[in-house]
Write a protein that binds this ligand. Structure first.
Ligand code: FAD
Ligand code: PYC
Length: 416
């Protein structure tokens, strides 16, 4: 750890920051590993980190076809919260939020967690009832959540328009005060550095092209950098989960959709909470640089193209300007898209697959950044022990046969 102490910061400042060591090594792939994780996003990196830290399994490779965090981890809008409806979801997302609360300390890497509060808006009686039901369920699970009146929302978010005569009147809402944002790149980089320090090989520019099996068991992977033998593989490739499952000979109930986000020019601080409206498909927070970070619901078509269509952004901005009239004079600077892995019940799949030794972590849809550490924590347990942890037992692939679905469309908030 001493490489990253305050003294090294001062030393590097004195030399013009030209001789920083790499935060993680760039090793050649070895011919064999105990465990290989496919996907160098936050979930794959967190899994490798906790495999090494919690289970003492460090002969692990993380294979990433591009660069670390170049998928949804580096494209998301960084909202974190644990305000989900069902007990199993509440427990999993709350575990993740608690891990987030200690993550900078644990990794000795500032993930810039800002628990500025997460406000959800209701525009119809149906919204309000759904939000009230969820606030009660969340509180019964011992997680913080409060109902808000329009006047309380106005007090928290002075720039919001609460006129009753607009197209989408704000008739109430909720707040999770421990919700907020964290810096997405920092989460990936901190986990990568933590895993690397414990001996994990992080291998970028290495795409998995085939999954070797014998007698129903995984035996290795084919990659663009050669074959790798292993008895355990964890897949965490978000929007490409169906592609990897096809390589292993089974199908997933996943649809891959573009999800777009955009940022404005930087301005002075005008909003110090996160505001989300599932009904009008808009959410906004202000970044440390002053940009307004906004996003929409998914584009309804399926795609792997990492970009979406203009009409979705146009209708989202129309609603945003009505809710926040002050935005009408802002210039939007950039927009981008990621491919999200959507399950029919808007809940993830974390567990075993029909192939022995092959484990799956996917289906986080529009909302998996908040679960990065929790997901890695339970997935590492599942891979290390060969059985799910109680926190992810309900999130099995098998639930699509048994019918024990976990419908979180309301809590997902971002339409999908
Ligand atoms: P990724 O970060 O996508 O990592 C998967 C990696 O697998 C990629 O880097 C990819 O290159 C790699 N890969 C794919 N195929 C292969 C292969 N064959 N071989 C090797 N590597 C491969 N969630 C929230 O909680 N809050 C938000 O505010 C939020 N906002 C979002 C906004 C947008 C615009 C988007 C797109 C998503 C948002 N999400 C949000 C969702 C969140 O980003 C994802 O659920 C989460 O980042 C998924 O992490 P991951 O590690 O599973 O996937
Ligand atoms: O899941 O909280 C979320 C979220 C916010 C923006 C996109 N997803």
């Amino acid at each position: 750890m001493s490489r990253y102490s305050i003294f090294s910061l001062i030393r590097h400042a004195r030399t013009g920051h030209r001789d920083w060591p790499r935060a993680w090594r760039s090793p050649e792939p070895k011919p064999a590993y105990d465990v290989v994780i496919v996907g160098g996003g936050g979930h794959g990196l967190a899994t490798a980190y906790y495999l090494a830290k919690e289970h003492g399994i460090a002969n692990v490779a993380v294979l990433e076809k591009g660069w670390l965090g170049g998928g949804n981890t580096g494209r998301n809008t960084t909202v974190i919260r644990s305000n989900y409806l069902w007990d199993s979801s509440a427990a999993l997302y709350e575990k993740s939020l608690q891990l987030f609360e200690g993550l900078s300390q644990e990794l000795n890497f500032n993930v810039m967690l800002s628990q500025r509060g997460l406000v959800g808006l209701a525009h119809t009686q149906h919204d309000l009832r759904e939000i009230a039901r969820r606030v009660n369920a969340i509180r019964l699970n011992g997680i913080d959540s409060e109902l808000l009146t329009p006047a309380q929302i106005k007090e928290l978010v002075p720039i919001i328009n609460i006129s009753p005569t607009v197209r989408y009147p704000v008739i109430g809402g909720s707040i999770q005060r421990r919700g907020g944002v964290a810096r997405h790149d920092a989460v990936a980089w901190g986990l990568a550095r933590g895993a690397d320090m414990r001996g994990v090989d992080i291998i970028e520019n290495c795409a998995v092209t085939g999954i070797r099996r014998e007698g129903g068991r995984v035996t290795g992977l084919e990659t663009t950098r050669g074959a790798i033998a292993t008895g355990k593989v964890g897949i965490a490739v978000a929007g490409h989960s169906s592609v990897l499952a096809a390589m292993a000979g089974f199908r997933l109930p996943i649809e891959s959709h573009p999800l777009q986000a955009l940022v404005s020019e930087p301005i002075k601080p005008i909003i110090d909470t996160v505001v989300m409206s599932g009904t009008v498909h808009v959410y906004v927070s202000q970044s440390d640089r002053g940009e307004l970070v906004m996003g929409a619901g998914i584009d309804v078509f399926n795609s792997y193209a990492q970009r979406g269509s203009l009409p979705v952004i146009e209708s989202m901005l129309a609603a945003a300007v009505e809710l926040f009239p002050i935005f009408s004079r802002l210039k939007m600077m950039r927009k981008w898209g990621g491919i999200v892995d959507v399950c029919p019940d808007a809940s993830p799949i974390i567990g075993l697959t029909p192939v022995d030794g092959l484990y799956l972590n996917c289906g986080w849809g529009t909302g998996g950044f908040k679960s990065t550490p929790g997901s890695g924590w339970v997935f590492a347990h599942t891979i290390a022990t060969g059985a799910p942890h109680p926190l992810n037992a309900a999130f099995s692939l098998e639930r699509f046969h048994s019918g024990a679905l976990i419908d979180e469309h309301g809590a997902a908030a971002v339409a999908h």
